[in-house]
Design a protein around this ligand. Structure first.
Ligand SMILES: NC(=O)c1ccc[n+]([C@@H]2O[C@H](COP(=O)([O-])OP(=O)(O)OC[C@H]3O[C@@H](n4cnc5c(N)ncnc54)[C@H](O)[C@@H]3O)[C@@H](O)[C@H]2O)c1
Length: 277
């Protein structure tokens, strides 16, 4: 059977994207704009959000932004009410806003733990909680949450980020079941590194960790355009797990094959790296 284009699946073409002022959120907004969608973005950064809306409108879409901190429930609720008022509903909701905190579990301040949990995990909970009633009332829609490969394969010295992304994956697996009677599709996106502005606001336990992460971002081959394209395709295919890059696919394969052996190997490998430093 011929695969339907996303515009055929959702002819009303209305999308919401959190964290649309930069990186992946901005690219998704632009790509939906190019397909003629109405795009509502939210972000903390007004200037960046404004720029994204200009890009959407310049590409043939119709965008607006709302300043909203995803970690604040009342602000997310205001955003969802505004979207309902302006669009009369919504077809695709993309919970994308996120930050990085990383470091040894015992070193990272509780305040930083709370900060990342409130944005990466509670921000996604807020986005789902605010928009699900709209999708349910339509008996149609789609939710995409941007998790990370770190949510399926925990890496050392990144517990704070790993935990939030694993939580997002668990939330989506639950929603896959709960929302299936309402014709609402789900995608959980798990990229590895790709270049964006994510490093700018990141909080690190120490300078070695920051430098290592910067190296990973600099070395990454995938672009934000590649990841955005994969996400739109995953909506067309109603694909639950979206592992966007080959390194993520390999790690996921071996973790699923034997989690015990996988973490034995990773522990030996980690010890070796530490001894070399
Ligand atoms: N870049 C990567 O390598 C990578 C890999 C895996 C997953 N991800 C995930 O992709 C998503 C997008 O990140 P990105 O790489 O495009 O980073 P980015 O920093 O370029 O964009 C993130 C956007 O979210 C906004 N934001 C941050 N906190 C917010 C809040 N409390 N409320 C509203 N908006 C907020 C920022 O202002 C920014 O515009 C994140 O969830 C991130 O964890 C990124």
């Amino acid at each position: 059977m011929r695969k339907k284009h996303i515009n055929e699946i959702f002819p009303k073409k209305r999308v919401v994207i959190t964290g649309g002022g930069s990186g992946l959120g901005r690219q998704l907004a632009l790509d939906f704009g190019k397909m003629g969608w109405r795009v509502a973005i939210c972000d903390l950064n007004e200037e960046a959000a404004h720029k994204t809306v200009d890009l959407i409108n310049g590409a043939g879409g119709n965008g607006f932004f709302h300043i909203c901190d995803v970690s604040k429930w009342d602000q997310m609720l205001d955003f969802s009410n505004l979207v309902k008022e302006r669009f009369g509903g919504v077809d695709v909701v993309i919970n994308n806003a996120g930050v990085i905190v990383a470091g040894f579990v015992e070193d990272v301040d509780v305040e930083d733990w709370n900060w990342i949990l409130s944005i990466n995990l509670m921000g996604v909970v807020h986005g789902c909680k605010a928009f699900i009633p709209i999708l349910k009332s339509q008996k149609k829609g789609y939710i995409v949450n941007i998790a990370s490969s770190a949510g399926i394969v925990s890496l050392a010295e990144m517990a704070q980020y790993n935990v939030t992304k694993a939580g997002v994956i668990s939330l989506l697996e639950t929603l896959k079941m709960e929302l299936s009677p309402f014709n609402i599709g789900i995608s959980c996106v798990c990229p590895t590194f790709f270049k964006t502005n994510l490093m700018q606001g990141a909080r690190w336990g120490n300078e070695r960790q920051r430098k290592l992460a910067q190296k990973m971002f600099d070395k990454s081959l995938a672009t934000v355009e590649d990841v955005s394209r994969d996400i739109i395709k995953s909506i067309e295919k109603n694909k639950l797990y979206v592992i966007t890059q080959w390194d993520g696919k390999i790690l996921w394969f071996f973790k699923r094959l034997s989690p015990l052996l996988f973490y034995k190997f990773m522990s030996v490998y980690y010890k070796k790296i530490l001894n070399r430093l």
